[in-house]
Design a protein around this ligand. Sequence first.
Ligand SMILES: Nc1nc2c(ncn2[C@@H]2O[C@H](COP(=O)(O)OP(=O)(O)O)[C@@H](O)[C@H]2O)c(=O)[nH]1
Ligand SMILES: [Mg+2]
Length: 456
Amino acid sequence: MLDDTIAAIATPLGQGGLAVIRISGGKALAVAGSLFAPGGKSKKKLAAAKTHTLHYGHIVRDAQRLDEVLVSVMKAPATFTREDIVEISCHGGIRSTQAVLDAVLGAGARLALPGEFTKRAFLHGRIDLAQAEAVADLIHARTDLALSAANEQLAGKLSQRINTLRDDLMLVLAHIEAHIDFPDEDIEPDTVDGLARRLDNAGRLIDELLATANEGQLIRRGIRVAIIGRPNAGKSSLLNQLLGRDRAIVSTVAGTTRDTISEEAQIRGIAVVFIDTAGLQESDDMIEREGIRRSRESLGQADLVLHVLDTSEPLTPDDQRHLEEFAGKPRLLVLNKSDLPNRLGQAMNDGQPPVSVSCLDGSGIEALKDAIRSQVWDGEITAEMLEVMINSRHQEALRRAAESIRTALAQLRAGTPPDLVAVDLRIGTNAVGEIVGQTSTEDLLDSIFSTFCIGK
Ligand SMILES: Nc1nc2c(ncn2[C@@H]2O[C@H](COP(=O)(O)OP(=O)(O)O)[C@@H](O)[C@H]2O)c(=O)[nH]1
Ligand SMILES: [Mg+2]
């Protein structure tokens, strides 16, 4: 598969100033060269170009000029894929970009699969698997924190820790395997102690990494926050306040919001999807009933519930029902309409102090953002934390590794024959290796790279 030359549009499809078509492989220069007519004074053929140079000219097919372009030539091995790469910067029209790509494919390149450029970078040892995942994280990052975390992982911070851990485990494994050939000789008690200490230490390192999983998830994926409350409590007004713009229709007519609306905002560095629900009360109206069904569905997926209460009115049976219904879920009580006289007449306490706001004048909204932030993550986000934050694939591999290593450790201490200890230890070491791709299967690679876009 690595023998052929691949090509794809590397920029999003649409109208833009520029689009880039990326070509990688042994024939990249020949493919691009066959379509490229140098412009200006230069009459130089692409094939004769020096590495890492830029060339002005036209893409020509069947004597017809397709586009005026700049072509970057990067020769192996100092490239992203470690193959020859040519990038054609052309005009960013939907049709013109496709026409240049068609010409490139017609000249002998094959359309790249999703993530295939990055996969080649991995297969050629340019980056490891955790770094390849960081490329995807970087592209998908929606917050500054997610971007920092992706950059650290791409720079190899996680990989370094994993490699050190794996080296340690390999060392212990080598010691233990050395004893397999001499079944009559017990491992010296001193050696057992030393190896056990190393395994113990490895287990602790894994626990430290596992402890970053929740933060990693939070930073990468963000959270979902559902806004609930009875009609006219001010749910849509609150959504608009949190977004900083008028997204939802606000009206005195109860039942205005019939569909669930979800919109994303950054709250204190975390990507938060807010879901304005259509209310949860019983209804005879068919459309309203469907809205309520959707509200309930999005509630199921929410990490946090904002329960909006109208403090200008006494508590209603609906309010009471919602208070009871969502007692088990992480929630914040939002006491809205603080600009009006308080007639709620009831001290609310939910373990978590309620937050008073007015969606009319915006007071209390910043305090509510702080409260949301500390509900999902109580503590500082430090630069150190951003250095290493594992994802769910790493988490799963590390859990398996921890289990096998603990088993091996217990066996070692109990004087189990070394060949048995080695079996578990090898499983654990391989699981650690999966994270950086030292041990990987085609299925694993497919599942990672298929989530990439074409052209990455
Ligand atoms: N005085 C006052 N009125 C508000 C406040 N928040 C919302 N309202 C009004 O309450 C009514 C219902 O608001 P809306 O956001 O549509 O409530 P929803 O049905 O829960 O989505 C509208 O007339 C809003 O202008 C507030 O903080 N103070
Ligand atoms: Mg509404």
